[in-house]
Design a protein around this ligand. Sequence first.
Ligand SMILES: NC(=O)c1ccc[n+]([C@@H]2O[C@H](COP(=O)([O-])OP(=O)(O)OC[C@H]3O[C@@H](n4cnc5c(N)ncnc54)[C@H](O)[C@@H]3O)[C@@H](O)[C@H]2O)c1
Length: 390
Amino acid sequence: MTHQVGIILNGVTGRMGTNQHLERSLCAIIKNGGIPLESGDRIMPKLILTGRNEDKLRELAEKHGQATIGKPFAYTTDLQGALDGKHGEHEIFFDASSTLHRGRFIEMAVTAGKSIYCEKPTAVDSSEALRLASLVDNAGLKNGVVQDKLWLPGFLKVRSLRDNGFFGKILSVRGEFGYWVFTGMDGQPPAQRPSWNYRCEDGGGIMIDMFCHWHYLINELFGPIQRLVAYGNTDIARRNDENGHPFECTADDSAYAIFVLHDGTVCQFNSSWCVRVRRDDLLCLEINGTNGSAVAGLRDVRIQPAAQTPKPVWNPDVEQPIHFFEGWEEMQGDSSYDNAFKVQWEEFLKHVVIGSPWKYSLQEGAMGVQLAELGMQSWKESRWVEVPGL
Ligand SMILES: NC(=O)c1ccc[n+]([C@@H]2O[C@H](COP(=O)([O-])OP(=O)(O)OC[C@H]3O[C@@H](n4cnc5c(N)ncnc54)[C@H](O)[C@@H]3O)[C@@H](O)[C@H]2O)c1
């Protein structure tokens, strides 16, 4: 039996909506023939694309619909109508619009009684994130927030190293995230991220963007965070927007934080859109343990067990005799890793259709927003802050 599940995809014309959610997740699931269940049944998504710009929606619906189901996907600028069932039955509402619009759209979906899934962050402050989480919980609606990094091959490998006891006691974690986002000024190419990311008043800022990710990643892989100290900065003061017009950057574009876990593990994360990459990947985690260390990128992981650890001696007067990069071996993994967003979509759809376990709720998402808010508090007040329970 096939369980057809209607999904309203809102904010689908954006970068995340189009690339990760429509093309690489839902179209890929449909092209695979749906999601197979243990019972032998399958879940098959049925999509309707919603947004403000009819031309963009039509173009997306035609391009991806033709390639996926042999005809255009349904689309409409009438979101309320879609929620009211005027364009067919849809039980899930998904939102990938820019952050400041999330609350309004979630409220509409709650009133319509939909299961709700959305991008992170759910809000830019924790009181709003918690309000939205309570709203969906009180209405008894299934709900979820994107926590894609958990399913990246590199971090799945770290999880298995941890579970196999490879690290011994984990002592410290260093996260290095970022790349150069072009300004579009002084002969530079146009930016590869939306301009609202650099304006506080539009929900931008690297701390609110990335600390949500660091929250679930640290929590799931290494344990709960007890306290943090953070600093942010606006390294680049002016950029050009999508139309080539200059604007003042009001949001942080670099952020530095030390998170101390309840068990004393120290996790230090640098995040920046103003750095040039000389490392294995755009996000690298270096995990040092008593029995071994690992450096994980988005896909690949290199490990150095205690027995292969070189013994350097400080002597800048001679050429370094040790080639440090050679002392690491690449970890072989399962070759069947799938797109992280797609895997989480499959989990959410199974949760909605057959009630399988799910923990990535709006409540969990609110804890990520809280961490970002505490980061900003630490930065503004120049002090350590404790992470209270929500
Ligand atoms: N999970 C991740 O790794 C990840 C990465 C990047 C962004 N995000 C999040 O995804 C969301 C979208 O980010 P993006 O980079 O795709 O941004 P984007 O600017 O490319 O897309 C934003 C979308 O929101 C829509 N939108 C904007 N204003 C609107 C309004 N007033 N009414 C209705 N729709 C409106 C736009 O039309 C567009 O479809 C953000 O919340 C962002 O934080 C998540």
